[in-house]
Design a protein around this ligand. Structure first.
Ligand code: C6P
Length: 404
């Protein structure tokens, strides 16, 4: 369906050699590569539009403001938010989660509970721990099974009238597990808890529909979905964003300021203090357009083919153990080879131009659960190929032979 060679030609970085070998980029979970349209949009912004936004009466400022707000509308449509002011520009997923965890400090008290899962990235653990330390609330954890799936019966038991917020990822960065978030959101709402979804690893692979999901918050980063670094999105339902206090104070988030009292601006500005990443905001819209031009149904189908192919080929290597075997998975394979540290494999295959991530992937509790120091993680994007997977498999076989 997809013309992969044509798609690859959109990504200039993919045609380079690394350590004398053609680059095989399988670290898409960490950050995706950027197509030429995105690179052009960055350059075009600085060469033709650069000005501060929402401030100037001059034409260039108006042009930059219009482009920024147009991008907000594009993202609203992309995630099917009801209002564009429910779409807040942030610096990334981490920023979005911290903004909400910080806001909940004004709502929680001793004895309240915050529910996260054992599959979370540190970004979706630490801010909630900090919140609990501040408020006396208790952090509870939804456990996982040996496949790396959340145990839904345990989740049911953990939910109670004390649960104030549930924070889970849509897709696990370390294992690729796709969580049944629609059902989890529905259950959380039956006890009156709010739900934040960490969509960092989902948005490169699928188009979330925040209204259909009925999540209260959905956060993600632009850099994992072909956009620039330093830009992300916090979606929040209007009623929640109006209720929560702002995360940061400063310019542009106010209605009036006096030494006696400051009043806050309406949404979305209340959550966008200071000069934002204007270029990032505008160019994220370009990245979303690019992904939609390829089509998420095509992306998902092709990436699934890559996942199946890689799973089959890697499983043929003796002593190789795939960590994370959930029924519902995206194109991420975490694995280990018996008797070898993941870092050693990663270092050796890098010499062949292959980029994978090794270590705990900022998800130490998952590694603790499996009693391992880390994994080798190959995370695929729609511009990867089966030929590249063959190169990975051969390189892993050779590294294994060298190290054992
Ligand atoms: N995971 C990875 O290699 P930031 O850094 O704010 O853009 O995203 C943080 C984050 C939050 N949640 C999940 C599920 C994530 O995967 C990440 C980022 C990268 O897996 C870098 S650690």
């Amino acid at each position: 369906m997809l013309d992969i060679q044509k798609i690859r030609a959109d990504f200039p970085i993919l045609s380079q050699k690394v350590n004398g070998h053609p680059l095989v980029y399988f670290d898409n979970g960490a950050t995706s590569q950027k197509p030429q349209v995105v690179l052009d949009a960055i350059s075009e912004y600085y060469s033709q539009t650069n000005a501060n936004i929402h401030r100037g009466v001059h034409s260039l400022s108006q042009k930059a403001t219009d482009a920024y707000e147009l991008s907000r509308k594009k993202i609203q449509q992309h995630i099917n938010a009801q209002h564009s002011h429910e779409v807040i520009f942030t610096s990334g997923t981490t920023h979005g989660i911290n903004a909400i965890a910080n806001g909940f400090a004004s709502l929680l008290q001793k004895g309240d509970e915050v529910l996260v899962s054992a599959l979370e990235h540190h970004s979706n653990i630490v801010p909630w721990q900090m919140l609990c330390e501040r408020t006396g609330a208790v952090l509870k954890v939804i456990p996982i099974n040996q496949n790396g799936e959340l145990i839904q019966t345990e989740y049911d038991k953990l939910l109670s009238a004390n649960t104030k917020i549930v924070a889970v990822n849509h897709i696990s960065n370390a294992l690729g597990t796709i969580n049944p978030i629609a059902e989890m959101i529905r259950k959380a709402h039956t006890v009156g808890a709010a739900v934040l979804i960490d969509g960092a690893q989902a948005v490169p692979h699928l188009k979330p529909d925040v209204q259909a999901l009925d999540c209260d918050f959905y956060v993600f980063s632009g850099h994992k979905m072909c956009g620039p670094t330093g830009i992300g999105i916090l979606y929040g339902k209007e009623a929640w964003l109006n209720q929560l206090p702002p995360y940061q104070g400063g310019g542009e988030m106010i209605a009036t300021v006096s030494f006696e009292k400051t009043t806050y601006a309406d949404l979305p500005h209340k959550f966008e203090a200071g000069t934002p990443n204007i270029e990032g905001g505008i160019v994220l819209g370009t990245a979303v357009d690019y992904l939609n031009s390829i089509g998420f149904e095509h992306i998902a189908a092709y990436e699934h083919e890559l996942l199946d192919y890689a799973t089959e080929k890697l499983s043929e290597i003796e002593g190789l153990n795939i960590v994370g075997t959930a029924k519902e998975k995206t194109s991420v394979i975490s694995f280990n080879i018996q008797g070898i540290h993941p870092y050693d494999i990663g270092t050796i295959i890098d010499k062949k131009g292959i980029a994978v991530r090794t270590g705990h992937h900022c998800a130490q509790p998952i590694m603790d659960f499996f009693c391992i120091p880390g994994t080798i993680r190959a995370s695929f994007a729609f511009y990867n190929t089966k030929e590249e997977i063959d190169i990975l498999v051969e390189a892993v076989k050779k590294a294994k032979a060298m190290l054992l």
